[in-house]
Ligand binder design. Structure first.
Ligand SMILES: Cc1ncc(COP(=O)(O)O)c(C=O)c1O
Length: 384
């Protein structure tokens, strides 16, 4: 956040800053979503509350999306429409865990999991992943965590992940899901980066991502319109809920926010047209070209280890060899911003223990910005 504040200040002062911090695609919502939004607002609909778990129409459409992508038959009654994936986590954690429970999270990982768990008096248990496993969680790591720290009630996992972009193969994910089932651990699967995958290489080769519900319906599968469809600000997502949690989430949702945003629910239907899928897939192709450029720039930058970017739009890279006089990536990022006007996210946000040696670079920015940023980073590093 300090880096983002500084970006704003520098830009206000007239500096040209290249920001590779954004966790959002730049293109915005698909055409059919925008068209629906225009019609909706012109039509004078009062846009009142809906049911706490969303409109029947959107719940059906989301079930249809699971049929399309994963070949899954899902009862629309198991779908909860939520205020983004973020809203789904609050509801899922409240329903699935009790104060005093312990829930495992992967480090590096998306910071909101641990922060939300803390806020609910649930203790997050870190499981470190690194280059030895391609930054992917393994059942061996789960066994080792139980042996060292005792049992836990849940596991929150994203594949593809933020900040690493690493993704598990279906077999690897199935092994994790079956380990959870065998240890009475509730798996919460964050599927928000599904669809933003790079099928030419890596274990996710032919996959949009593995939906946890294709493995075990006692898991909670969370997803969102934010990333693949580029609809971050619309604040709309969903969760697939096991039968034993459905009633609790229904009751909680009505109390937490009454219902997910009605305008966003109505226009989100436009995300499931052929044209919208085609536009979103085209945006993924553009991301893939930027990913290739970054891979090709790694030797020049001297960064490593680098997590495999199987999906999402982040490069998680070790920069220890480039830190020079700077004690950690926090100071290094600050200096890079001041000297060269390039903003990256220091790894400490996503990994409080080892993140001082890493940065996260988001390649959601344009190719021109990325090419220029790499040049500036290279000259910053050359000066030491
Ligand atoms: C891994 C992960 N999960 C969830 C979210 C939150 O997404 P939403 O906009 O759907 O609330 C983000 C946002 O960056 C994310 O990176």
């Amino acid at each position: 956040m300090a880096i983002l504040d500084r970006v704003v200040t520098l830009r206000d002062a007239g500096r040209e800053v290249l920001s590779l911090c954004a966790g959002e695609p730049s293109g915005g919502a698909p055409t059919d979503v925008r068209t629906l939004a225009g019609e909706l607002h012109a039509g004078g609909d009062p846009l009142g509350y809906t049911g706490p778990l969303g409109t029947a129409e959107l719940r059906r459409a989301i079930a249809g999306h699971h049929q399309r992508w994963y070949g899954l038959e899902i009862d629309p009654g198991s779908v909860a429409v939520t205020t983004g994936a973020s809203g789904a986590f609050v509801l899922a954690f409240l329903a699935a865990f009790d104060a005093g429970d312990r829930v495992a999270v992967v480090r590096p990982g998306y910071p909101a999991y641990r922060n939300l768990l803390h806020a609910l008096d649930v203790e997050p248990i870190d499981i470190a992943v690194g280059p030895d496993t391609g930054f992917r969680l393994t059942t061996e790591a789960l066994d080792a965590t139980v042996a060292a720290r005792g049992p836990f009630a849940g596991l929150v996992l994203a594949s593809p992940a933020n900040p690493t972009g690493s993704m598990m193969s279906r077999d690897q994910f199935a092994a994790i899901a079956s380990w959870c089932a065998g240890h009475d651990v509730r798996l919460v699967s964050d599927e928000i980066y599904h669809g933003i995958t790079y099928p030419t290489e890596g274990p996710g080769a032919t996959s949009r991502g593995t939906c946890a519900w294709s493995l075990d319906r006692s898991t909670i599968a969370v997803s969102s319109f934010s990333k693949y469809w580029g609809m971050t600000g619309w604040r709309i997502g969903w969760a697939l809920l096991p039968d034993d949690l459905l009633g609790a989430v229904d009751a909680l949702a009505g109390n937490v926010a009454l219902c997910p945003p009605t305008p966003a629910q109505r226009v989100a239907l436009g995300a499931f047209t052929e044209r919208s899928y085609a536009e979103a897939d085209r945006a993924v192709e553009v991301l893939a070209a930027k990913r290739t450029f970054l891979y090709d720039s790694l030797d020049r930058l001297g960064w490593g280890p680098v997590a495999p970017v199987d999906g999402a739009f982040y490069l998680w890279a070790g920069i220890r060899g480039q830190l020079g006089e700077h004690p950690s990536s926090t100071e290094w990022c600050r200096a890079l911003l001041e000297d060269e006007g390039v903003a990256l996210v220091p790894g400490t946000d996503m990994d409080p223990i080892d993140g001082g040696g890493f940065i996260r670079l988001s390649f959601a920015a344009s190719m021109e910005v990325i090419v220029e940023a790499v040049d500036r980073i290279a000259s910053f590093q050359q000066r030491g």
